[in-house]
Design a protein around this ligand. Structure first.
Ligand SMILES: Cc1cc2nc3c(=O)[nH]c(=O)nc-3n(C[C@H](O)[C@H](O)[C@H](O)COP(=O)(O)O)c2cc1C
Length: 238
């Protein structure tokens, strides 16, 4: 039994290719879904449906769906980047620019990249994953009195984390793919999977066994940076 703190700290985004021939067992998928099932949700609404896709033909169809990067995404993504390990370690938030294609990290090229580059097939995001979990919600059913259904979205995040920790404890890698929620992509994926009109895609989890190293420089703020003892501004717990 691995202790919970270790699972929490070792959970990470695994953005490398996965082995398409190493399937996720039915038992492991069931365990991951069970972890999602027991997540806390606002008013216990359990406001999610999850489509498990592990049929290679369906994965191929989804892989052919094309996604275009927006200038808005590129500009806001840029705000979160560091351009050296030293900068990232100092900032303690965000990610390394080196993880993205060079054209994505050059502000002078962003408009051109967004308008001119060819849309990329999702297969380049799925990268060999033998199993996708497509998490859906119904925007017509908000958590009671929750402006913008913030509580509903938080609940979907709890489901994500529970499933991610379970995958980690089973030795299965996971990456979140937000691109599935972008409108043109969502429309096509919904069509392929027969997802009812009224439901929306919140996010997709890409599961699998990596074919290469997954470790990368991960940073976090120190506890003193975000905690306030008894009064806002009294940094850290003394
Ligand atoms: C709501 C949400 C959406 C995310 N979307 C993506 C995504 O589209 N692609 C990706 O590679 N990671 C995505 N991530 C993962 C974060 O980038 C990642 O958790 C963060 O950089 C910390 O890295 P770690 O997961 O390795 O600890 C998402 C995470 C969350 C919670």
């Amino acid at each position: 039994m691995i202790d919970i703190q270790r699972v929490i700290q070792e959970r990470q985004s695994a953005r490398v290719p996965y082995d398409p021939n190493r399937k996720i067992s039915k038992q492991d998928i069931a365990d991951i879904l069970d972890a999602g099932r027991w997540a806390p949700t606002a008013h216990n609404m359990q406001n999610f449906e999850i489509v498990v896709v592990d049929d290679s033909e369906v994965l191929n169809l989804i892989g052919k769906v094309k996604s275009r990067i927006s200038e808005e995404f590129l500009r806001e993504n840029y705000e979160q980047l560091s351009f050296s390990k030293e900068e990232l370690l100092k900032k303690k938030t965000g990610i390394l620019g080196a993880m993205f294609p060079p054209a994505w990290v050059d502000p002078s090229k962003m408009a051109e990249v967004a308008s001119k580059s060819e849309p990329m097939p999702l297969t380049q995001s799925i990268r060999g994953s033998p199993c996708l979990l497509i998490v859906l919600y119904d925007p017509g059913k908000r958590a009671p009195a929750s402006e913008g259904d913030v509580l509903g979205f938080m609940s979907l995040g709890c489901v994500m984390e529970n499933m991610w920790l379970m995958a980690q404890s089973l030795g299965i890698s996971l990456q979140i793919l937000s691109a599935f929620a972008a409108l043109p992509v969502e429309k096509q994926v919904k069509q392929i999977l027969g997802i009812p009109e009224e439901l929306k895609i919140a996010y997709t989890c890409r599961l699998g066994y990596p074919t290469g190293a997954t470790k990368y420089l991960r940073v976090r703020r120190d506890i003193e940076d975000f905690s306030h003892h008894n009064r806002f501004g009294n940094k850290g717990i003394k």
